[in-house]
Design a protein around this ligand. Structure first.
Ligand SMILES: Cc1ncc(C[n+]2csc(CCOP(=O)(O)OP(=O)(O)O)c2C)c(N)n1
Length: 579
C-alpha cells in the first residue's frame, strides 16, 4: 500500500505513473471508507483524485499556493498533505473538516465553503506575491458550476487586465453543478470541450487558455502542469473530468451523489434515509400551489434540494420553475422583477447562501417593496454545523432591512400557512425561515402572522421564544410551573421584523420579567428589539440566544448549555430573578 507511506506531498514525487495510479485507487478506497460512514461530497471528490495528485506531483506546496473553490472537493489534497488518518481511521474522522481549513494545515490558506470565491482570493495572493517580490506559483481551482457565480466572473474580469504575472486558474469541468448547470456559459464550455468554439469565453476575458480532454489521466495531467508551471502570465487550464469517477452509481446519477449521507458502498442505499423532511414538504406544497395558480414562479440558485426539488419534482413545475445557476444575487433581483410584472415568485435556498445577497435584498427587493417570497432552510443551530455553512446569522443579518417581513414558523402547519399568506399578499417582501425541528403539526389560535401568538397565559414571567427554539421556551415554561409553582406566559412571536406592541404592552400588567429566546445570534436579533421596547419601564428583559462567534462542528447540546438556554438553566435564572 502506497498511501500508508504518504505523509506529505514530497512522498509522491518519487512514484512512477503506474504507482501513482495505484495510489489513486487507494485514495478512492479511503474516500469510501470515510464517506460511507459519515457522509460528505462523494462525486466531486471521486472526480478530482488524479487532478489533485498531479498538482501535488508537479508543484511544491505550501511554497506554491492553491485555493480550492468551495473546497468541498479538497479531500485528496487533505490525504496527501498529512491528513490521511482522517480518512482511514474512524477515531480520526473528526480531526478533519469537510473543507479547507487554515487551522488544520499549513497547506490550506483559507476556510471556504461558499462557491465562486477562489479566483478573487487567489488574485489577492498573486498581487501580494508581486508586491512583495516573491516567486511562487498561485493556483485557483474552480468547478464549472461555481463559474456561474458573479464573484467568479468578477475575478476573471480582474485577472484579464490587472494581473500580468503567474496565475494558473484550473477549471475542473465535470459538466455538473450539484444539479444540472444553467446559463449560456455552459454552451460555451461545451463548445470548448468539443473543440469547436470560435468564441472562447476565457479568451474573451483576455486570458491565455489550454484544454485537456482526459482529465482523469495522470500522465497527461502531469505533463500539462509541467508545461504551465512557472508560466509568466495568467492562464486558464480547462480540464474535463468525470464526476463520481470509479463508482458507477455516482457516474450515472451525479446529482444524487454530489453529496451523500452515510451509505452502503455495495448497494448505494442510504443507511438512514428520511423521506419526509421540511424541504420535501416545501416541494410538494409548491407543486400543488403552481397547479392552482400559474402566476407562482419557483426560483432556485443551484441548490434545488434546499426546497426539496429533485429532478422529477423540478420537471413537474414546468415553465414555472427557474434555476439561475449559482447566482443568488441575480436570483433576488430576478424575483423582484417577476413580482413587479405580475408574477408571484418564491426563491428558495440555504440560509448561509443568502448572506451574499444582502445588498440585492435591501436595494433590488425591499427598497422597491416587491412582494416576493424568500424561503431559507438550515437557519438553525440544529442545522448544518460546519463554520462555513452556519445559518445562525440569518435573523440579525436581514431583520433590519425596511419593508421586509421576516417570519419564523414553529411547526408544519404554521410554516405552510405562512407560505400561503406570503404568496397571497402584494404588500411587502417576505422572508420565511424554514423550520429545522422534527415535523410537528400544532393547532394555533389564529394565523394572523403580523401579531404574536400567546400560547399560554400566565403571570410574573413571560417567555417569548421564536422558531425552532419555541420548544425550549415550552420546556422551560413547564419546568417553571412544576418546580417554581406558578404559570409563566409563553409567546410564539412568529414575526421578527415588527413588534406586536399591543401584546407587549399588555404584559406590563402582571409580569416583571421577560425572557426572549432566539435561534440565532443575540446581537441585532429580535430579543434586542424587545429589550429596547421595555427600556424605560420597570420590566426586566433577558435576551437569550447565541453569542456572535464563528462556531465550528459543535455539539448542539453543548452550545445550548454554554449559552444558558437549557430549560433547567432558564428555570434557575427565573428563580433567582423573581425572588
Ligand atoms: C454561494 C453558494 N451557493 C451554493 C452553494 C452550494 N454548492 C456547493 S458545491 C455546489 C456545486 C459546485 O459545482 P462545481 O463547481 O461544478 O463543483 P463540482 O462539485 O461539480 O466539482 C453548490 C451549488 C455554495 N457552496 N455556495
Amino acid at each position: 500500500m502506497y498511501l500508508e507511506k504518504i505523509n506529505c506531498p514530497n512522498d509522491i514525487k518519487f512514484l512512477s505513473i503506474d504507482q501513482l495510479n495505484i495510489l489513486a485507487q487507494e485514495i478512492r478506497e479511503a474516500l469510501f471508507n470515510r464517506l460511507s460512514k459519515i457522509g460528505g461530497h462523494l462525486g466531486s471528490n471521486l472526480g478530482i483524485v488524479e487532478l489533485t495528485i498531479a498538482l501535488h506531483y508537479v508543484f511544491s506546496f505550501p511554497n506554491d499556493k492553491i485555493v480550492f473553490d468551495v473546497s468541498h472537493q479538497c479531500y485528496t489534497h487533505k490525504i496527501l498533505t498529512g491528513r490521511k488518518d482522517g480518512f482511514l481511521f474512524e477515531e480520526h474522522f473528526k480531526d478533519v473538516s469537510g473543507y479547507t481549513n487554515y487551522e488544520e494545515s499549513i497547506y490550506d490558506l483559507f476556510k471556504v465553503g461558499h462557491t465562486s470565491t477562489s479566483i478573487s482570493l487567489a488574485s489577492g495572493l498573486v498581487k501580494a506575491r508581486d508586491i512583495l517580490n516573491h516567486h511562487e506559483n498561485v493556483i485557483a481551482i474552480i468547478g464549472d458550476g461555481s463559474l456561474s457565480g458573479g464573484e467568479a466572473l468578477e475575478g476573471l474580469n480582474f485577472v484579464g487586465s490587472e494581473i500580468k504575472s503567474n496565475f494558473i486558474i484550473v477549471v475542473n469541468d465535470n459538466e455538473q453543478s450539484i444539479a444540472e448547470n444553467h446559463g449560456g456559459l455552459y454552451q460555451s464550455l461545451k463548445n470548448l470541450r468539443n473543440n469547436s468554439s470560435q468564441n472562447n469565453i476565457f479568451k474573451a476575458f483576455n486570458l491565455d487558455y489550454i484544454y485537456l480532454e482526459e482529465g482523469n489521466n495522470l500522465e497527461k495531467l502531469i505533463s500539462l502542469f509541467k508545461k504551465t508551471k512557472d508560466i509568466n502570465h495568467p492562464i486558464v487550464v480547462h480540464v474535463h473530468t468525470q464526476k463520481g469517477k470509479g463508482y458507477q452509481l455516482a457516474e450515472l446519477n451525479k446529482e444524487k451523489w454530489h453529496y451523500t449521507k452515510p451509505f452502503n458502498q455495495k448497494t448505494g442505499e442510504l443507511i438512514n434515509d428520511v423521506k419526509l423532511t421540511y424541504p420535501s414538504i416545501t416541494a410538494n406544497y409548491l407543486i400543488n400551489k403552481v397547479k392552482q395558480d400559474p402566476k407562482i414562479v419557483v426560483v432556485t440558485a443551484g441548490v434545488p434540494l434546499a426546497i426539496g426539488l429533485d429532478q422529477e419534482k423540478r420537471n413537474l413545475l414546468g415553465q414555472n420553475y427557474i434555476d439561475v445557476g449559482i447566482a443568488e444575487e441575480h436570483a433576488i433581483a430576478l424575483i423582484s422583477g417577476l413580482a413587479k410584472n405580475g408574477c408571484k415568485p418564491i426563491f428558495g435556498t440555504n440560509a448561509t447562501f443568502l448572506q451574499r445577497t444582502y445588498d440585492q435584498i435591501s436595494q433590488d427587493l425591499c427598497l422597491n417593496n416587491s412582494p416576493a417570497t424568500i424561503v431559507i432552510g438550515n437557519t438553525s443551530l440544529i442545522s448544518l454545523n460546519d463554520v462555513t455553512h452556519l445559518g445562525i446569522f440569518s435573523i440579525s443579518a436581514f431583520k433590519n432591512i425596511p419593508n421586509l417581513v421576516l417570519l419564523a414558523p414553529t411547526d408544519k402547519n404554521e410554516y405552510l400557512a405562512m407560505l400561503d399568506y406570503s404568496l397571497s399578499q402584494n404588500k411587502h417582501p417576505t422572508l420565511i425561515l424554514m423550520p429545522a425541528n422534527k415535523i410537528i403539526e400544532n393547532t394555533h389560535n389564529n394565523m394572523d402572522f403580523l401579531s404574536y401568538e400567546i400560547t399560554q397565559k400566565g403571570e410574573k414571567v413571560c417567555i417569548i421564544a421564536e422558531g425552532n427554539f419555541y420548544y425550549l421556551g415550552l420546556e422551560a415554561t413547564k419546568l417553571i410551573e412544576k418546580e417554581l409553582h406558578f404559570k409563566p406566559t409563553l409567546i410564539n412571536p412568529r414575526i421578527l421584523t415588527h413588534l406586536d406592541e399591543k401584546t407587549l404592552s399588555s404584559l406590563k400588567e402582571n409580569h416583571q420579567l421577560i425572557i426572549t429566546i432566539e435561534d440565532g445570534v443575540i446581537d441585532g436579533g429580535f430579543g434586542e428589539d424587545i429589550a429596547n421596547y421595555f427600556s424605560l419601564t420597570n420590566m426586566k428583559v433577558k435576551t437569550l440566544g447565541l453569542h456572535k462567534k464563528f462556531i465550528d462542528r459543535f455539539n448542539y447540546n453543548d452550545i445550548l448549555f454554554q449559552e444558558g438556554i437549557t430549560s433547567s438553566q432558564i428555570k434557575e435564572f427565573v428563580k433567582k430573578e423573581i425572588q
